[in-house]
Design a protein around this ligand. Structure first.
Ligand SMILES: NC(=O)c1ccc[n+]([C@@H]2O[C@H](COP(=O)([O-])OP(=O)(O)OC[C@H]3O[C@@H](n4cnc5c(N)ncnc54)[C@H](O)[C@@H]3O)[C@@H](O)[C@H]2O)c1
Length: 358
């Protein structure tokens, strides 16, 4: 990303109190953007948002994306030029337990964001953050491409497939110069894989579950050790989203499309491989065991083909597998040792930026 581009830009981040939203907001603050955040709550305790003091420099608003009027008021009052929509209920297992909440938040919430932007005017760039799970999963060994069909077995995956279809409908129906005489909105969706990094304390996610086990000296229990996922450091897709926003700002419609952001082919690996590497980096004599209680369906194979982002945006993943794990473990260890985590996180961002530039 180009730091100077963001200086003074008015950016609305929905889901700014979450794991990805927190890192993005901190990064945007650091490059001089004027960030307004809109979230329903802080989704975990502890949280990256609080620990890295993301609230320090953001206009933080509380609200529900399922409340259309509230969202529209926020857009009309704060007049963002760029919207990055991340607010969601993002967990597969939670979605089996609370399908209505997940579907209404992720589908109706996305519709509200797009409709509020359409009605309000003034927004120039929109990025809707969906997921690699939006694809109809065929248990292929190769990566999904942006042109593959949408799907979703579980409520969460299906909600992200729906959010993609809605994004495409808004783009075709309302946000194209051929259907619009007003200056138009450049709208993209982004599909990233499983992200890891410091400061995630969600339930039912591999790294947070492992960190809790290390801290509480409890055995590590892992749900689907054989499952293959496109793991990447959280800063990698965020860098991709920002590069995409810059292109949408500068070149508009030609970049208004869907984009995959995932690791290089070799870094899509099994849950077991990630767990083993985390244990090596953590440096403790522990082992993990397979969870035999878990029965809910989850895809076994999931990879992304990111050729389009690499070729058209010039984006590449900058932190490979080992570095991703090392940086993640360093973050949690620094937190446990009582370091000041805002500057520690900013230091990781600046290190990432140097690596990305090189
Ligand atoms: N973390 C991952 O591995 C991953 C992978 C692929 C895609 N994603 C997507 O990235 C986005 C962010 O994920 P995350 O891991 O940071 O999630 P998170 O749970 O840490 O944060 C979710 C955010 O959404 C907000 N939110 C939830 N419901 C809301 C509502 N009704 N109204 C307003 N705000 C609401 C929460 O307050 C929080 O700020 C999500 O859209 C998720 O689907 C995440």
């Amino acid at each position: 990303m180009t730091p100077s581009f963001w200086k003074g830009k008015r950016v609305l981040v929905t889901g700014h109190t979450g794991f990805k939203g927190g890192w993005l907001t901190l990064w945007l603050q650091n490059v001089g953007a004027e960030v307004t955040g809109f979230s329903i709550n802080i989704p975990s305790e502890p949280s990256f948002y609080k620990v890295a003091r993301v609230h320090q420099d953001v206009n933080s608003l509380r609200g529900d994306i399922r409340d259309f009027d509230c969202l529209k008021n926020v857009i009309e009052k704060h007049r963002p030029e760029i919207v990055i929509h991340m607010a969601a209920l993002p967990l597969v297992r939670h979605s089996y337990k609370y399908p209505l909440d997940t579907l209404s938040t992720n589908i109706l919430g996305s519709i509200h964001v797009l409709e509020a932007i359409r009605q309000s005017g003034g927004v120039r760039v929109v990025i809707n953050v969906t997921s690699d799970k939006c694809y109809e999963n065929r248990e292929w060994v190769w990566g999904y491409r942006e042109t593959d069909p949408m799907g979703g077995h579980d409520p969460y995956s299906s909600s992200k497939g729906c959010s993609e279809l809605i994004t495409a409908a808004y783009r075709q129906s309302f946000f194209r110069s051929s259907v619009n005489t007003e200056p138009t909105v450049a709208l993209s969706s982004v599909r990233a894989g499983n992200v890891i990094g410091g400061g995630d304390w969600s339930q039912d996610r591999l790294i947070p579950d492992m960190v809790r086990s290390f801290v509480n000296k409890r055995p590590i229990v892992i749900r689907s050790p054989e499952a293959i996922r496109p793991w990447q450091h959280v800063l990698d897709p965020l860098n991709g989203y920002m590069i995409l926003a810059e292109k949408l700002w500068e070149q508009g419609e030609s970049f208004a499309d869907s984009w995959n952001f995932g690791p290089n082919e070799n870094d899509s690996c099994s849950v077991a491989k990630i767990a083993d590497q985390v244990i090596v980096e953590w440096g403790e004599e522990v082992t993990w065991e397979k969870d035999t209680q878990s029965s809910a369906h989850e895809a076994t194979q999931l990879k992304l083909d990111c050729s389009k982002a690499k070729n058209s945006l010039g984006w590449v993943p900058s932190w490979i597998f080992e570095k991703t794990i090392r940086k993640t473990v360093e973050w949690y260890k620094a937190h446990l040792k009582g370091h000041e985590m805002r500057s520690f996180s900013l230091q990781q961002i600046s290190e990432y930026q140097i690596d990305a530039k090189n």
